[in-house]
Design a protein around this ligand. Structure first.
Ligand SMILES: Cc1cc2nc3c(=O)[nH]c(=O)nc-3n(C[C@H](O)[C@H](O)[C@H](O)COP(=O)(O)O)c2cc1C
Length: 199
């Protein structure tokens, strides 16, 4: 079992993912539910929402994204788009991250002193949730990436999966058994990005 420190260092954006999982659907669901329950949020607002799509639903999602893009991307450029989307679609599942805007509005009304801060806090908490899910997938041996095809896909997603109107789509995380490893990435020396006092 990976330590948290190992999962943080090993996590990458995996674009080559396979339609298999080293863990059961039940374990994937438990993992995502655990992240949803325990990730912190401002004022314990808990405005984040998740839709977990696996197997056929995952494939339907990426086919839907592809069909929407087909109408928007120039025909001569579509082949590259199609290859990219098919890469996500060839995974095992996708986590869709939403925010319940009714909850955020309620907190803004209830705490007028901070009313302008709640939407940013909701985004930050959602990012923390995305990170926790990504890390747990990594720990379980699944590769993932983070995608943003919203808002062009919002109407279709709400319609197909009957999502409440107040849920705003924020991000999409396709995952599966990792295939080809991502290339090296440049890491700016951390000394340039941190100041430490009191050593
Ligand atoms: C807030 C956020 C938004 C991102 N959006 C996208 C995206 O829309 N598409 C994508 O392919 N990668 C996206 N990424 C992934 C980053 O490009 C990637 O994490 C970064 O280049 C470092 O590479 P690594 O994940 O392999 O470590 C996003 C990452 C973060 C944290």
């Amino acid at each position: 079992m990976m330590t948290l420190s190992e999962a943080i260092r090993h996590r990458r954006s995996f674009y080559d993912i396979k339609p298999k999982s080293p863990i059961s659907d039940r374990e994937i669901i438990d993992m995502v539910e655990e992240a949803l329950a325990y990730t912190p949020s401002a004022f314990n607002m808990q405005s984040a929402r998740i839709v977990l799509l696996m197997k056929n639903n995952h494939h339907l999602f990426w086919d839907t994204v592809k069909n929407i893009l087909r109408q928007m991307v120039p025909a001569d450029k579509f082949a590259a788009t199609e290859t990219k989307i098919d890469g996500f679609g060839s995974g095992y599942g996708t986590v869709l991250f939403f925010d319940d805007t009714d909850v955020v509005r309620q907190f803004s009304n209830d705490f007028p002193l901070y009313k302008d801060r709640f939407s940013a806090w909701a985004e930050q908490a959602n990012g923390m949730l995305q990170s926790n899910v990504w890390m747990l997938l990594e720990e379980a041996g699944l590769g993932a990436s983070l995608q943003h095809y919203n808002p062009i896909i919002d109407d279709s997603v709400h319609q197909i999966w009957d999502i409440p109107v107040a849920w705003r789509l924020i991000a999409q995380m396709p995952f599966g058994t990792p295939g080809k490893k991502p290339g090296n990435k440049e890491i700016i020396p951390v000394e340039k990005r941190i100041k430490i006092f009191g050593k």
